[in-house]
Design a binder for this molecule. Structure first.
Ligand SMILES: Cc1cc2nc3c(=O)[nH]c(=O)nc-3n(C[C@H](O)[C@H](O)[C@H](O)COP(=O)(O)O)c2cc1C
Length: 305
């Protein structure tokens, strides 16, 4: 038995370890439960939910890139009502904190989704996606606008007592300006980062490889960008950060925590190695033991610059 304490805290949210599963990469938990013991991970973030079901973009919606993938799923999801009726019962079987990710086309829709979901006990907090690059009417349109992000944070906070995490876009010049407005508007934490806008062409047809033309780049290619964004927030704003972007191994987790993350999320790696969380947790424990670290959370923001 190891004596290492892997538990972390993100604002008022407590997790048994810092390894959460990222929105959009594990469906509603069912898709990954065969490979990952959901009773062992820190938490799970749902696919973005909208008020009404969405079909998403037409295929091709995903393409592999040299060190990651581009996706333009377009927020396909079952909608909040079906989620509550059909997906929550499955998730209730597990002892794992559930964070609901919400995407919307208007401020009112963000508020309405949160209001409907907040009475469900299984849901421990909300992650508000203001940063999806793949839908015309929503997401990034807000994520690029500091005032809009502040307004959404404030309005969503007004209808729930549960923690509200705002998921920030990296497609901006200064991400810390957005983290600051989240804090000033009452937000509990930020997630950084969502995907970076990218594209790819088929050289024979000369057409874009994805139907939406551009998509969101994720995977190892974006890790250095994500680390820089986490560090920028940490150095400028006193708000808990959930680090996301290209995490494949326990070493990546350690790096994100040193840069300032209190917890992290695994995204693209779930498509490559859906049991990654188990290996990552073992690696973190061994690292702490070998480094004489009793509490993993000591790492957060421990960079030496
Ligand atoms: C196929 C796919 C679907 C995604 N869907 C969502 C989504 O619905 N909502 C959201 O906030 N982020 C979504 N993301 C972004 C991830 O949650 C994560 O922020 C991003 O992929 C960076 O992490 P990674 O490099 O570990 O994948 C999606 C990513 C992928 C690859």
């Amino acid at each position: 038995m190891s004596n290492v304490d892997l538990s972390v805290q993100v604002g008022t949210l407590k997790f048994r370890n810092p390894v959460l599963l990222a929105s959009g990469t594990v469906g509603y938990g069912n898709e990954i439960s065969e490979f990952t013991d959901l009773n062992k991970i820190g938490g799970i973030v749902t696919k973005s939910l909208s008020l009404k079901p969405r079909k998403g973009n037409p295929p091709q919606r995903i393409v592999e890139t040299p060190a990651g993938m581009l996706n333009a799923i377009g927020l396909a999801n079952v909608g909040v009502e079906v989620f509550l009726k059909e997906k929550i019962p499955f998730l209730k079987q597990y002892d794992v904190p559930l964070i609901c990710n919400i995407a919307a086309s208007t401020v009112e829709e963000y508020v309405e989704c949160t209001r409907i979901l907040t009475s469900e006990d299984t849901i421990k907090g909300f992650e508000i996606n203001v940063s999806c690059p793949n839908v015309k009417e929503g997401g990034l349109q807000f994520g690029n606008d500091v005032k809009a992000v502040g307004n959404i944070t404030e309005k969503v906070k007004a209808v729930t007592n549960k923690p509200v995490i705002i998921k920030l876009s990296p497609n901006v010049s200064y991400i810390s300006e957005f983290a600051r407005v989240v804090k000033d508007s009452g937000g509990d934490a930020v997630s950084a980062i969502n995907t970076l806008v990218g594209t790819a062409f088929n050289i024979y047809s000369r057409k874009p490889k994805i139907h939406n033309v551009s998509g969101g780049l994720s995977g190892p290619a974006i890790k250095p960008v994500a680390l820089a964004k986490v560090l920028e927030i940490r150095q400028n704003v006193d708000i808990p950060i959930i680090g996301i972007g290209g995490i494949m191994t326990w070493k990546d987790v350690v790096e994100f925590m040193i840069a300032g993350a209190s917890a992290i999320q695994l995204g693209t790696v779930n498509f490559i190695n859906p049991s990654a969380s188990k290996e990552i947790l073992e690696g973190l424990e061994n690292y702490c033991t070998s480094q004489g670290i009793e509490q993993l959370s000591e790492l957060t923001g421990s960079y030496k610059i």
